[in-house]
Design a protein around this ligand. Structure first.
Ligand code: GLC
Length: 617
């Protein structure tokens, strides 16, 4: 069973089990051992950690290093029985109904179970809020990172981090598996849209999102969510842009291209680092002691904890599932918590064996626990273990959506504007076409409500078409037909909103062509045949191979994956704002140029940093 299908089946079963568990969980968890040093918030965190560590059995320490997917915890009481320290929602893994209140209830139910253990160590709950709290229906979905990179606006990105933290906190979740600080070097890679840009300076600048998520000090203010710098290291540099592939670089080049964003993240106090599935010169990152312990923990001084990716340790020996060798290699390399995420009983049993036979030292186990517990104390989980319901109402709030609209405006990159056709008049007679024009799912991309994302009306928001309709006024008019049927020469312009259908991770790898799909090409032909000027709005997670079609277009705007606030696209098209977006990646003349990056001597269609504008007013 592939990972995708396994994920989906787990999620279905779990939704049903959760409904039962939330009814049977104890009403309130008794506060065990109140008054002991580790329970005293007035003491320094280091003292609390030392006191708690001294009271923990080996099994309690092994449990803290174990992260289980919510749907795998069957029965839910296993969370307490096996002293598990962390629960996660994989992509799209949500309670039913999927809304903020239901998430908070789910989180509290798991936490009550965790607190029922003798030492009452709270669990920490992780989820991928990579462009807003994207697993939750009704949440504000911000542009994916590649669009935020186009804004070149670190202050805006910090605000997005804060807004995301409020929505995440309101659902109980206290650990965000974000930001992805990958440096995308080959746009064939299915995770290109998770990168802020192809040069280290852009993701480095955007580490401000960590301060937005955590606050200036983790846990010092309400709605402080622990951030995760991922995926360490080199995921965006794999040969051929193959997801989870092999990055073949000298150490000097690996350090020059892929390390700076992680250094910036560590300097900003990021609480966690997630290891990349990829290999460096043939060695899996998940087992690389030099990368994790020597460089990340030693040289950079990272004092948070290192978490594996989803079943990431399984890949170390190249065999299916995790082996004793995988466990030894990963924990001894410096991984502190393992996202198992399903067979947690077997993992704990095998980890115990590897400690008892001396393959993993007690000191390594204690170091991992010290790191994990330090973050739990700093986050305030011992004092405030339950969802902060004062933030639940911020999920999808007008203020957050306004911020999302601003981010969409700033991320638009105008690549062509022949004859100054843009900005359009608000009283224009426009024809809108394209599969991506009226589809929230399409404009949000992967990691939206489900892991892979999907087309359709998946969550409340404003489509690009709705934004256009909201903007055209007076004698203006808007007609929409997905395929362009009905267009004639009477229209001022035809706006074709086209591009990629949603995908995530390896499903998005494009080893072959990177051109438009047939539906879009057919729609464009129909529009072009009318003789009406064609303005293309491209909804994609990366540059596409559009050189052949570009001469027939009057204008081209790269919208990236804007999320729920499509009004921001219309704001640029009709001149509510002047465009300021700049390419965060080089745009190739053809897919055969990949990898193509700034300074490599190749001649692109549009260079890194390109973006047109026009006078305001
Ligand atoms: C995925 C991704 C990672 C994500 C994790 C948990 O496979 O690689 O980015 O945080 O699993 O969903």
């Amino acid at each position: 069973m592939t990972r995708t299908r396994l994920r989906r089946s787990l999620i279905t079963v779990g939704a049903a089990l959760f409904a039962i568990a939330s009814v049977t969980a104890p009403a309130t968890a008794q506060a065990p051992h109140a008054g002991l040093p580790y329970q005293n918030p007035a003491l320094p965190v280091a003292d609390r950690v030392n006191d708690l560590l001294a009271r923990m059995s080996l099994d309690e320490k092994l449990g803290q290093m174990t992260q289980a997917e919510r749907t795998a915890l069957n029965p839910q009481s296993d969370l307490a029985t096996f002293r598990i320290g962390s629960v996660l929602s994989g992509g799209g893994s949500a309670p039913s109904p999927n809304n903020a209140q239901s998430w908070a209830n789910m989180y509290d139910s798991f936490q009550r179970t965790a607190l029922s253990t003798p030492l009452g160590i709270p669990m920490i709950y992780g989820a991928d809020a990579v462009h807003g709290h994207n697993n939750v229906v009704g949440a504000t979905i911000f542009p994916h990172n590649i669009g935020l990179g186009a804004t070149r606006d670190p202050a805006l990105v910090q605000q997005i981090g804060r807004a995301t933290a409020e929505e995440v906190a309101g659902t109980g979740v206290n650990w965000d598996f974000a930001p992805c600080l990958c440096v995308v070097r080959n746009d064939r890679w299915g995770r290109s849209y998770e990168s802020f840009g192809e040069v280290p300076s852009i993701p480095t600048a955007m580490t401000t999102i960590i301060t937005g998520l955590q606050g200036t000090t983790l846990g010092a203010a309400p709605a402080s969510i622990m951030a995760t710098a991922k995926h360490y290291i080199g995921d965006g540099g794999t040969t051929g842009g193959v997801n989870e592939g092999n990055t073949q670089l000298s150490e000097a080049d690996l350090r020059a291209i892929h390390l700076p964003p992680f250094k910036a993240a560590v300097d900003k106090g990021v609480g966690a680092v997630m290891i990349s599935y990829s290999s460096w010169n043939g060695v899996k990152d998940h087992g690389n002691h030099h990368l994790i312990t020597d460089i990340l923990k030693g040289e950079l001084g990272f004092s948070g904890f290192v978490v594996s990716d989803w079943a990431g340790i399984d890949q170390i020996d190249g065999q299916a599932g995790f082996s004793a060798g995988d466990i030894d290699a990963s924990i001894n390399a410096g991984i502190d918590m393992v996202m198992v995420p399903t067979d947690y009983k077997l993992f704990i049993s095998m980890l115990r064996t590897e400690v008892n036979n001396g393959h993993i030292s007690r000191a390594r186990i204690d170091d991992a626990n010290r790191r994990i517990l330090t973050k739990k104390f700093q986050l305030g989980l011992f004092e405030h273990p339950f969802a902060d319901r004062s933030f639940t109402g911020t999920v999808g709030s007008a203020a957050h959506r306004a911020l999302g609209r601003q981010a969409v405006r700033e991320s638009q990159v105008v690549l062509k504007n022949a004859g100054g056709i843009l900005p359009l008049s608000k009283s224009a007679k426009v024809f809108v076409a394209g599969k991506s024009a009226d589809d929230i799912g399409m404009q949000s991309g992967g990691w939206t409500i489900s892991w892979q994302g999907s087309s359709g009306n998946t969550t409340p928001g404003t489509t690009v078409l709705q934004g256009i309709r909201n903007t055209v006024t007076g004698s203006g008019s808007v007609r929409y037909d997905r395929n362009g049927n009905g267009i004639d020469s009477s229209y001022t312009a035809a706006i074709a909103v086209i591009g990629e259908t949603p995908y995530a991770e390896g499903a998005g790898d494009r080893p072959g062509g990177m051109g438009l799909d047939q539906e879009d090409l057919t729609t464009l032909s129909r529009l072009r045949a009318s003789g009406v000027p064609v303005i293309v709005v491209l909804v994609s997670g990366r540059p596409l191979d559009i050189s052949a079609q570009l001469p027939g277009w009057r204008a081209l705007v790269e919208a990236w994956l804007p999320g729920t606030e499509g009004q921001g696209v219309a704001d640029v098209l009709f001149g509510n704002v002047a465009p300021t977006g700049k390419l965060p990646v080089t745009w190739p003349q053809s897919a055969s140029q990949e990898p193509i990056n700034d300074g490599d001597g190749k001649t692109p269609l549009f260079p890194l940093g390109f973006g047109l504008t026009w006078p305001v007013g």
